[in-house]
Design a protein around this ligand. Sequence first.
Ligand SMILES: Nc1ncnc2c1ncn2[C@@H]1O[C@H](COP(=O)(O)OP(=O)(O)OP(=O)(O)O)[C@@H](O)[C@H]1O
Ligand SMILES: [Mg+2]
Length: 206
Amino acid sequence: MSFEHINKSFGNVELYKDFSIDFEENKINIIEGASGCGKTTLLRMIAGLEKDNQGKRIAKTDSISIVFQTPTLLPWKTVADNIRFVLPFPDERLVKNILRLLELSEVADCYPYQLSGGMQQRVALARAFAYPSDLLIMDEPFIGLDTPLKKRIFRQMIRMWRHYPKTVILVTHHREELTAMAHRIVTIGSRPVRILNTTERNKVVE
Ligand SMILES: Nc1ncnc2c1ncn2[C@@H]1O[C@H](COP(=O)(O)OP(=O)(O)OP(=O)(O)O)[C@@H](O)[C@H]1O
Ligand SMILES: [Mg+2]
């Protein structure tokens, strides 16, 4: 999935100037770059929430799940119902399987307020995989969680991805151990944004 010749400015700040990037389809891609360099802006453009300087939409698909920095669960629905809510048709097997893969079976009937932040973020991840999207976008989904927990959730994500493959694009603002666990890691610098380094890996390990 490639995006070419992106131009994006805010006022007279040229964030992206003839910028191109491509992602491996149906693989796990990570973009890392310093805070404020323009990662969220890029994700918003890829998701079709933000247009480029010419007012064009660069999004390649409308079939997208997004996981934000903080979990956005429906507080009046249980964990299982938060997942059922995004399904185009009822599929209890899928709900059960996804809860199991993310180690959430025991809290299926709990409400979000009864869960820790990390567990809530796992429910958000479960929901993003349950929705039959082609593309999963994650904007610093593990911020505020400690490294062992981040790694654990990331491993669970890989397991989910094996069962329900889709193109994953995850953004993070500093080098973390988990960046070593993706298929493609693109390091970007600013300004304007440019690619500093790309690392490729054939396989990911849980
Ligand atoms: N709607 C907007 N209007 C004006 N400036 C904006 C807007 N959105 C983003 N910016 C500016 O663009 C730059 C990049 O912002 P962006 O949120 O994309 O960075 P980021 O890499 O996601 O940062 P962080 O790691 O802190 O989340 C910042 O300087 C920000 O102030
Ligand atoms: Mg951001």
